[in-house]
Design a protein around this ligand. Sequence first.
Ligand SMILES: Nc1nc2c(ncn2[C@@H]2O[C@H](COP(=O)(O)OP(=O)(O)OP(=O)(O)O)[C@@H](O)[C@H]2O)c(=O)[nH]1
Length: 377
Amino acid sequence: MVTHGNARLGFDASEREYCQRLQADPELDSLVTRGFRANVGPVNVTHARALRDEDGRFLGMVAIALDLEFFSQWLARVGTGRVDSLAIEDDQQMLLARYPPFPQAIGQLFDDPNMNDFFASDERFRVHPPARSPLDQKHRYWGTRKVEGTPYTIILGIDRANWLADWYRLAWLAVSGWTLIMVLGFIALRNYLRLLEGRSALQQQARTDPLTGIANRSYFTALAEREIARAQRTQGWIALLLLDVDRFKTINDTHGHHVGDRALKTFAACCSRVTRAEDVVGRWGGDEFVVLISQDQTAALGLAERLLKEIRTAKVLNDQGEPLSLNASIGLACSRADHSLDLEALLHQADLAMLKMKRSGRGRIGTPPASGADPAD
Ligand SMILES: Nc1nc2c(ncn2[C@@H]2O[C@H](COP(=O)(O)OP(=O)(O)OP(=O)(O)O)[C@@H](O)[C@H]2O)c(=O)[nH]1
């Protein structure tokens, strides 16, 4: 054998295992050896290639001994990032190279119980449960892979702490992302609720008479039309009461506008107290109030009387603490609902009846001559 480098010239390699294997197996073109420690020098591996004639007869071989420094340098290039340890061992578990470097262990034979089973098996790769490294005693997750056509196995280790740190980081990202979504959702919901509150407050304002707090004319009209439509469907009764405060101007003129306001509030409160929840009550304008009920004339007259009683006994005080007397004239219109009935017609009839009462002395309840009552009743 002819060699270069620092090896001996004329060295006979025919006894070497790699030479014998190449001679014995005509199918085998090349092979790499496991690691071995030469008598002198570092641990190395040999890569040998057979030279054959045309008939496949073995003529000789070329062999190169690779210093393990080569493997270590290669590992140093790839062993970065999330990998914590990278090692190459041969099939006897001799450590050929390692990253991070561990020079004192190169060439050492290991008998790692966690790996023995894998090395003895035909498996090409395996993921091992976490175990301590026999080199630095660190707890790691392990992956092993045998290199095709060679006696080498690559052993990869991921530090458990790093793995957990990664896991914690991912978990933290997930939790904080989720929290952010919840907070944003909460803010959006709160803003939406505020918007709704604002809307409903505005809606309430638009429907309510600011002085008395009962329905204003437009909201009363909407509610009354709904009731009339319902009565038309069921052929039910509808009655409208138009109430006008008697001599209200005198209250204003004698005690001041603010006392007049107080009287109007009391008047509205009387209307709300006497009527039921399903009745529609509103301020028509000035000192005029309206009540719409889904009942016949008898019931409407009874309600009008109760209203007058409540109004007459209500207490309104002037600035000197003296009670004022309140009274009202009421015009009543009533009809069994058919398709010709509308709010305007009812209002007109009630107005006529009320004006008649004003002319005939006030403080009374009037019905129009043609009340629309069903002759059958
Ligand atoms: N204080 C106050 N007065 C109002 C308000 N709206 C209208 N008025 C007054 O209410 C009075 C209505 O008077 P009228 O109904 O015409 O006459 P009256 O004195 O009640 O006489 P009769 O209806 O004939 O009994 C007017 O003087 C209006 O200025 C209000 O919101 N507050």
